[in-house]
Design a protein around this ligand. Structure first.
Ligand code: GDP
Ligand code: MG
Length: 163
């Protein structure tokens, strides 16, 4: 039941100085940071991260727009560990469309754009953060972004009070 999930604070989150705010929310929920780095990816890497799955689900246009968005500045990539971490992190992150993301979630609190607006402006919807959508994606994304020796197992207070 203890899972690991991949999270990236997207270029808008980094440029808006929301890194500390976002990390604080995960830490306070008792999730353990087991890997973290800043990386400025290129389009080849972005295509590996946003696989053909995104084209199937959202269409080619959205995948193309994402290629511009995700490479426009460095991201903070991390792996978080916790009980049902994949689902819990998605809950803390909130829905994909900021307009509909609930208050109290990262996307609901720190952005407000809509699909309509982003599509008209021909931009990927800028929603601050990426988090793996399911177990298979989490495994794939952790492997893509991190080497085994960058993933750390260690004890922290969560082992006493949360786990
Ligand atoms: P997520 O898992 O909640 O990030 O959502 P998806 O995996 O479905 O989509 C990946 C990213 O593509 C989203 O976080 C948005 O940045 C962007 N996106 C998704 N759907 C749309 C859309 O309909 N229009 C635009 N402009 N961007 C979208
Ligand atoms: Mg997704």
């Amino acid at each position: 039941m203890i899972e690991r999930t991949f999270v990236a604070i997207k270029p808008d989150g980094v440029q808006r100085s929301l890194v500390g705010e976002v990390l604080g929310r995960f830490e306070k929920a008792g999730l353990k940071i087991v890997a973290m780095k800043m990386q400025w990816i290129d389009k080849d890497f972005a295509l590996k991260h946003y696989t053909e799955d995104i084209e199937k689900r959202r269409g080619k246009k959205v995948r193309d727009l994402l290629m511009d968005y995700i490479v426009e500045g460095p991201v903070i990539a991390m792996v978080l560990e916790g009980i049902h971490a994949i689902e819990i992190v998605r809950k803390i992150v909130g829905g994909t469309e900021p307009k509909n993301a609930l208050p109290g979630t990262i996307r609901g609190d720190f952005c407000h754009a809509s699909y309509d607006y982003a599509d008209k402006k021909e931009l990927a919807i800028r929603n601050i953060i990426h988090a793996s959508g399911n177990k298979e994606d989490a495994e794939y994304e952790i492997k893509l972004w991190f080497n085994d020796n960058e993933l750390h197992s260690y004890k922290n207070v969560h082992d006493v009070h949360i786990f």
